[in-house]
Design a protein around this ligand. Structure first.
Ligand code: ASP
Length: 468
């Protein structure tokens, strides 16, 4: 059949485009309910299958990867380089986000009267919550604004339930003190950790320790366990292949479902919403494109030299990138990223098995860039001048927040609460970004996944160099 000769990534793109086209059609002809009832469930099944595979695959692949290393020193070397590159790319992404947000000034497009109102609302909130306003201005103190202040004081600002739930989730994380993040890395129950997608880091920590234990006991004793993990790993990889064969259809259903949910039965309202936040969204998207198409190739070119091919890199990774876009989850995409990186890019299994699962949970360049842009945007639209100290704090907290974000949809928005709180901004402002977050989530997840694959390729190159 002709169809079977078309490369998978083209079929996936076709599924994605048809999904978007269908959602427009369904919004225009009042078919949102039909799409939700009869098409969306297949997208949900797809994500469930991928999640089902992802966690055990992380466990089996890391244990197999570590157990195949000749000594623990190699693990230390690889670990150092991996974390180093992850932090470096994240810091670069945040800086690009900050730069673009200051260049495009997406938050300053509002009329002055709106910004004044926002600013006074912010000052009232700061007074109520005891937050120190760092730019030292007080517009609510000015006599000419007295009437506006009074009117705004009378207005009850209600935070909607979805937003408060996100703020609460972030607050809970914060309550634990500065080392809580470190404590959260360590599982107390491996079955419990495996039951929760947002605890993937705990599964990784267990797998690393278990793999290390296996290479520390006599080889004859370790062999049956290593064989078991290796064979289970193969079976899970086969499962990925089986699911991916149907990916184009699944991705059609997923995209149709997601976009149709966004649009409902009123395409006009969605477009209006997008126009209102257009400059903000474009700033995020431009930043993501700069990192994706500029920074990664540049670093890869520097590390791999002439053997790096721009076209091949993106063609090799395309299935994972399109899946990341439609699923908004690096964790659900992980099985496919692993396949693309080992089968297409020829990165060795022991490197990919180690670098990618850690990257999926810790390395989120797209998310950190988005958090930087969103923070500056919100400050600008509330007439707040950020100082150098606050910019430095955004860099640190956005890096940490992206490390702490689970690799699932919308996690970056939850962690944005922390970035906002750290520089004295109102976390409830995430409500402003909420309506357009999904589409940005889809886009930043593509960058998150690409960053992991790029680092895997670099670490593989260094490992091969060290061994030759
Ligand atoms: N959805 C993103 C991911 O899985 C995380 C985020 O919300 O930024 O990589």
């Amino acid at each position: 059949m002709v169809l079977s000769r078309i490369p998978l990534h083209w079929k996936i793109i076709a599924g994605l485009v048809l999904g978007v086209v269908w959602s427009m059609f369904s919004a225009s002809y009042g078919l949102a309910e039909f799409t939700a009832n009869w098409i969306n469930p297949f997208g949900v099944i797809f994500i469930r299958l991928l999640k089902l595979i992802a966690i055990p695959l992380v466990l089996f692949s890391i244990v197999t990867g570590v157990a195949s290393l000749s000594d623990a020193r190699k693990l230390g070397r690889m670990g150092g380089r991996t974390i180093g590159m992850y932090l470096l790319t994240t810091a670069v992404a945040v800086s690009i986000g900050l730069l673009l947000a200051n260049l495009f000034k997406p938050g300053e497009r509002l009329p002055d009267s709106e910004r004044l109102k926002n600013r006074i609302q912010y000052e009232l909130w700061a007074q109520n919550t005891g937050v120190n306003i760092q730019d030292g201005e007080c517009l609510s103190c000015a006599p000419e604004n007295a009437a506006l202040v009074q009117a705004l004081q009378a207005e009850q600002t209600e935070t909607d339930a979805a937003v408060s739930a996100k703020i609460e989730a972030a607050q809970k994380l914060k309550e634990g003190g500065p080392l809580q993040m470190l404590v959260d890395f360590v599982p107390e129950n491996i079955i419990g950790a495996m039951g929760n997608m947002s605890q993937m880091l705990q599964v990784i920590v267990f797998a690393l320790l278990f793999g290390l234990a296996l290479i520390s006991i006599p080889p004859a004793t370790a062999k049956p366990a290593i064989d078991f993990f290796a064979s289970a790993n193969e079976a899970f990889l086969k499962l990925v292949e089986m699911v991916m064969r149907r990916a184009p259809l699944f991705i059609f259903a997923l995209t149709a479902g997601v976009f149709s949910q966004m649009a409902g039965d009123d395409l006009g309202a969605l477009l209006e919403l997008f126009m209102g936040l257009g400059v903000y969204m474009s700033t995020v998207v431009v930043g993501l494109i700069v990192v994706l198409a500029g920074i990664y190739p540049l670093i890869l070119r520097g590390v791999l030299g002439r053997s790096f091919s721009y076209k091949k890199f993106f063609a090799d990774l395309a299935p994972a990138q399109f899946l990341a876009f439609s699923s908004s989850s690096s964790a659900a995409t992980l099985p496919v990223t692993l396949e693309c990186v080992t089968d297409n890019m020829k990165v060795s299994r022991s490197v990919a098995d180690f670098v990618l699962p850690i990257g999926a949970t810790m390395n989120m360049n797209g998310t950190s860039l988005y958090q930087a842009v969103a923070t500056v945007f919100l400050a600008q639209m509330h007439g707040i001048d950020l100082n150098a100290g606050q910019y430095a704090l955004i860099t640190v907290t956005a890096t940490l927040a992206s490390v702490g974000s689970a690799a699932i949809p919308s996690a970056g928005l939850v962690m944005l609460v922390m970035v906002l709180s750290s520089i004295g901004l109102n976390p409830a402002w995430i409500a402003i970004l909420f309506p357009v977050d999904r589409i940005l989530d889809m886009s930043r997840t593509v960058v998150n996944v690409t960053g992991d694959a790029a680092v895997a390729q670099m670490v593989d190159h260094w490992e091969k160099e060290a061994e030759s």
